[in-house]
Write a protein that binds this ligand. Structure first.
Ligand code: R5P
Length: 315
């Protein structure tokens, strides 16, 4: 094997996505043993030769978040000590991202803490998709490539060619993303101004814009408990919306999310495979669009030192 050869490893969070990335790239996945010691500490042994290699580790930090995060850190440490030339953490879903500032006294900034941990472990670069907040990029003092999932979602909706379209942001945080979709899909833009009562409960909603007799695409970065998107869908229906399509990058789907989505007044729920989805079959209107080619192409470009931003020219 020559110097700087490309190698992909996977943690246990999403082996299927890693497999499909390798398939796109036409390469074999690196071999690694990942287990647990009797006391549940992470046990890892990289079995492929990585000396001098350009290594990419695929691991979304989805639930169980702490397990997956620790695995990722240990795997990076292991690769660094095994003399990999460069290590890129491929984190399609970056967990712990919601705490990106001190919004109250005596709270942590976990998005920054995780960035520090990754760099300390030995990551040289990060490749991720739709961070909860753009500014998290700046928490890393190493290069970070931030892919925008619009690249896989917009062609999907262009194909549907929905008439009388309005793209709706379910809160002010997703306006930038919704505006980019509206521009490319030639639709109008509306915003639901959401006030949260607690992490699980949405409070009052105000609509800025018009959805009456329009088809709606509700765009968000993630569906966690489902409260935001489901409450927003009901609210849009009350305001006269026609068909509602949910488009969310990260299907975190925790708590009662599946139950809530089952009863939501929506035509289709479109998500990416940044996270594996348990109980997928319970949502017949769920459409999963794969990030595999997109991540694979970004990896190929990073490896060859080609432009990555070329991939998301839609913004
Ligand atoms: C909010 O800032 C995010 O963009 C999502 O809307 C939110 O995290 C989703 O959470 P949930 O599904 O629990 O309402």
């Amino acid at each position: 094997m020559g110097r700087d050869h490309l190698l992909i490893f996977s943690g246990t969070a999403h082996p299927n996505l890693a497999k499909n990335i390798c398939k796109y790239l036409g390469i074999e996945q690196g071999n690694v043993y990942i287990g647990r010691f009797p006391d549940q500490e992470v046990d890892i042994k990289v079995e492929s030769d990585v000396r001098g290699a350009d290594v990419f580790v695929v691991q979304p930090t989805c639930t169980p978040v702490n397990e997956h995060l620790m695995e990722l850190l240990a795997l990076i440490d292991c690769l660094r000590r095994a003399s990999a030339n460069r290590i890129t953490a491929v984190i399609p879903y970056y967990g712990y991202a919601r705490k990106d500032r001190k919004d109250a006294g005596r709270v942590p900034i976990t998005a920054k803490l995780v960035a520090n941990l990754l760099v300390t472990a030995g990551a040289d670069r990060v490749l991720t998709v739709d961070l909860h907040a753009d500014q998290i990029q700046g928490f890393f003092d190493i290069p970070l490539d931030h892919l925008l999932a619009g690249t896989i979602f917009i062609p999907y909706f262009q194909e549907l060619n929905l008439p009388d379209l309005v793209v709706v942001s379910p809160d002010v945080g997703s306006i930038k993303q919704a505006r980019a979709y509206a521009k490319r899909l030639k639709g109008d833009l509306a915003v639901v101004d959401k006030r949260r009562e607690s992490p699980e409960k949405v409070g009052s909603l105000i609509l800025i814009g018009d959805v009456k007799d329009k088809n709606v695409i509700l765009v968000d970065d993630m569906i966690s408990t489902g409260s935001s998107i489901v409450e927003a869908s009901k609210f849009l229906k009350e305001n006269g919306a026609k068909d509602i399509y949910i488009c969310a990058t990260h299907p975190v789907l925790c708590g009662q999310a599946i139950e809530k989505l089952k009863n939501a007044p929506v035509q289709r729920i479109v998500v990416s495979d940044s996270i594996p989805i348990p109980r997928k079959e319970e949502l017949p209107n769920l459409e999963v669009i794969s990030l595999a080619w997109y991540l694979g192409e970004a990896i190929r470009r990073i490896h060859n030192s080609d432009s990555v931003s070329y991939l998301f020219e839609y913004t």
